[in-house]
Design a protein around this ligand. Structure first.
Ligand SMILES: NC(=O)c1ccc[n+]([C@@H]2O[C@H](COP(=O)([O-])OP(=O)(O)OC[C@H]3O[C@@H](n4cnc5c(N)ncnc54)[C@H](O)[C@@H]3O)[C@@H](O)[C@H]2O)c1
Length: 700
């Protein structure tokens, strides 16, 4: 049963019970409607209380019904809310913990609301590219006032019930319970006390006005435009709330419905809903059951206190987990600690971190020069130089000292994890934890699963990732794993585009107009052009047939490694990140082009973007086929959280699905005809060809 019915004296108590958050799926709606009918039919019942079992009043729509016709099947949420609002006996919502989306809309359909302190209240639909669709935009402004309601609806952020209860003139909460424990008793008593009051108060009958409506909504529109340039939903939130102040309630409801349905069909909302589900799916590994036992991780050691080691350590300190850092030289430790301090102090200065929290975190950090000191750590993460000999020395030491059962992780970005695991006598305990730079900021964590990595190690590191608030995606072992293997193809295309006639600024502008946080050349300058250079030098040895533009090598030969040297594809002023085009670099590109006998051509933004993005898509299809990634949506998560791919496009594969894979393959066939490009690369991957032949998408 997804809702229970009990009678306490003269009050019926209906308890939603659909774990984990009492989502309002069809079964729950049916059960709630049946319980309402029973309560209204029983003569002894004079009032009704609705609450939620477990960890929520209600988290709103059931995500399993997302985008499916079930969400609209009767009784739909609108009908259920109408049942409550039109109930001849008073209905009281007893809300606690979480009241979000449809959960809040349901409560707004009740005649009264009693809240437990600490209840998190939100209409988060905008985060899925939607507006609230079951009266939220029309009822919330009537209950809390226009401005507070619009703030909540446009941001989607949660507000504590106590804060809302303090708003002048608010009518959302009739009573704040003393505690969550006393909520039910207080709500039942409240319901009995209002059982005879008529007429029943209905939010829909309350007035909704703003004294300076025109000016306020104009102001709100300007704010929203700046905030969300690729998304239509925030501006539509403003429209819907403005309508609440202008039209009769039923007309406002009709307008809300129309806006909601129109947004459902936008690619932006599809992208956000895809990402919402993809993020949840990423934490699940097909052959590692969710009840796999986990190892306990109470302490962490980090080997190497450089760029990555320091950032990695901060993640654990932030989560309250003690960290030991190990280096070979005291100076390196001192430098590492100083960098961590500097990062925290910047956060304190900006008011993002309290001084005492900062001190607590630093107190969890210790340093050592000796392996014996770290032997009891539950998890050790290696972040030393990217050289196989250095990794070998470190892993042999770790194998010698670490307690049995400790997890040995490597942050390598390019080396073979199976080789690293084989340096130890316990390859089952070895896993890759590939953090992205800056490691304390970037959300993405690629978890690299070796051939012998144990199931419980996988289950444990996925849980650890959640604890340190990373979005983890599992990758098999291959050169570059998921993200960097794909970005290499993207970088190759960027290079060909220069050879054929583009400037770095033109390519970056097109990519950024598409929505990338940064175009490929600005990104190269940020990451360090020397990294790609080192990879290419290796490729020239190992895969001499692979075609590359040589421009990036010429740039590196001039020492233009990017922001860290003050000069790369662009120039940089110390302390600033603005990319200033450099005429000499543009001339160097032109001279190189001329030396190859290429006549430059004008290349459209469309071609630039398609070559960059479709190179990601084709490589991704190979990665999926080889089983390096478990699912297409994992690849989208990697690109959104690790590589600045525009969220409103939903990731490279979601974007390709939107365009139609047939069209994507057609474009690849055109690119293959370009003699200056790499025809072999543009052979559509077999998986892509099969999907096109079957008329399917990656999502399917
Ligand atoms: N920098 C990035 O953007 C990035 C991103 C992801 C992964 N990685 C990977 O992270 C690892 C570290 O990279 P980084 O950029 O932090 O390098 P780094 O040069 O900044 O730091 C490496 C640190 O390791 C220390 N070290 C070297 N040998 C050691 C040993 N035997 N024992 C203990 N300490 C030792 C060095 O003193 C140095 O402080 C590499 O495997 C790299 O591929 C780097």
């Amino acid at each position: 049963m997804t809702a229970h019915y009990q009678v306490h004296g003269t009050v019926a108590l209906i308890t939603l019970d659909n774990p984990p958050v009492n989502g309002l799926g069809l079964a729950t709606r049916v059960a709630l409607a049946a319980a309402m009918a029973q309560a209204n039919a029983e003569a002894a019942v004079q009032a009704i209380v609705i609450t939620g079992a477990g960890k929520a009043f209600s988290g709103g729509a059931d995500i399993k019904e997302f985008g499916s016709p079930l969400a609209f099947q009767e009784p739909n949420l609108h009908s259920v809310i109408a049942l409550l609002e039109n109930s001849p006996k008073p209905v009281v919502a007893a809300v606690h913990t979480v009241m979000m989306g449809g959960g809040l809309e349901l409560a707004l359909g009740c005649h009264y609301r009693v809240a437990a302190p600490g209840t998190s209240v939100a209409l988060p639909e905008v985060k899925l590219g939607l507006i609230p669709g079951a009266g939220g935009t029309q009822r919330l402004p009537r209950a809390v006032g226009v401005e507070p309601a619009l703030n909540m609806i446009v941001s989607g952020e949660a507000v504590a019930a106590e804060m809302l209860a303090m708003l002048p003139g608010q009518k959302l909460f009739d009573k704040m319970a003393a505690s969550k424990d006393s909520l039910l008793d207080e709500a039942l008593a409240f319901a009995a006390s209002v059982a005879a009051v008529r007429p029943l108060p209905r939010v829909r009958d309350w007035s909704c006005k703003h004294p300076q409506g025109d000016a306020y909504f104009q102001f709100a529109r300007n704010m929203v435009k700046g905030m969300a340039k690729h998304f239509p939903a925030p501006a539509k939130c403003v429209d819907a709330v403005e309508i609440a102040t202008q039209k009769k309630f039923d007309d406002g409801m009709a307008a809300e419905r129309e806006i909601f349905l129109n947004l459902m069909w936008t690619s932006e909302s599809r992208a956000l809903r895809h990402l919402f589900l993809a993020e949840r799916a990423a934490s699940k590994i097909p052959d590692v059951p969710s009840d796999t036992p986990q190892r306990s991780i109470q302490s962490v050691a980090v080997i190497g206190a450089g760029t990555m080691g320091g950032g990695i350590a901060m993640n654990f300190l932030n989560a309250g987990i003690p960290v030991q850092m190990l280096e070979m030289q005291q100076e390196a430790l001192d430098r590492g600690i100083a960098t961590i301090r500097k990062n925290y102090e910047a956060q304190v200065k900006k008011g993002k971190l309290k001084q005492d929290k900062y001190e607590q975190r630093m107190a969890l950090l210790s340093t050592t020069l000796r392996y014996d000191d770290v032997k009891n750590a539950d998890l050790v993460i290696e972040a030393v130089f990217e050289e196989i000999g250095v990794k070998q020395a470190v892993f042999q030491e770790l194998d010698r000292v670490m307690k049995p059962g400790a997890i040995l992780a490597s942050n390598t970005s390019t080396l073979d994890l199976n080789t690293i695991a084989a340096f130890t006598q316990r390859p089952q305990d070895v896993v890759g934890l590939h953090f992205f730079s800056p490691a304390n900021v970037m959300k993405l964590l690629e978890v690299v699963r070796g051939d012998k990595t144990a199931m419980d190690v996988m289950a444990t590191v996925m849980a650890v990732a959640k604890k340190i608030r990373k979005t983890a995606v599992v990758s098999g072992v291959c050169d570059g794993f998921i993200g960097n293997r794909m970005i290499e193809q993207y970088g190759r295309q960027a290079g060909f585009l220069l050879d054929e006639g583009c400037t770095p600024a033109q390519v970056d502008r097109a990519a950024e107009k598409f929505g990338f946080a940064m175009g490929p050349f600005r990104m190269g300058d940020l990451a360090g052009n020397d990294i790609g250079w080192a990879i290419r030098k290796r490729r020239y040895q190992e895969q001499p047939g692979m075609k590359y533009s040589k421009t990036a090598d010429l740039l590196c030969e001039q020492g233009r490694f990017g922001q860290k040297t003050g000069a790369g594809w662009y120039d940089y002023v110390p302390g600033k990140r603005d990319a200033i085009p450099n005429a000499d670099v543009v001339a160097m590109i032109a001279a190189h082009r001329a030396s190859l006998g290429i006549t430059p051509r004008k290349i459209s933004d469309e071609e630039i973007v398609q070559r960059l993005v479709f190179s990601l898509v084709n490589e991704a299809a190979h990665i999926l086929e080889e089983g390096i990634a478990n699912k297409a949506s994992d690849i989208d998560i990697v690109y959104i959280f690790g590589y600045g791919f525009p969220p409103h496009r939903g990731g490279p594969l979601q974007y390709a699905d939107e365009l139609g894979l047939f069209n994507v393959v057609q474009a690849m066939q055109r690119f293959a005809l370009n003699p200056l490009d790499d025809a072999a690369f543009w052979q559509a991957a077999p998986l892509l060809q099969r999907l096109v032949a079957a008329g399917k998408t990656f999502g399917q």
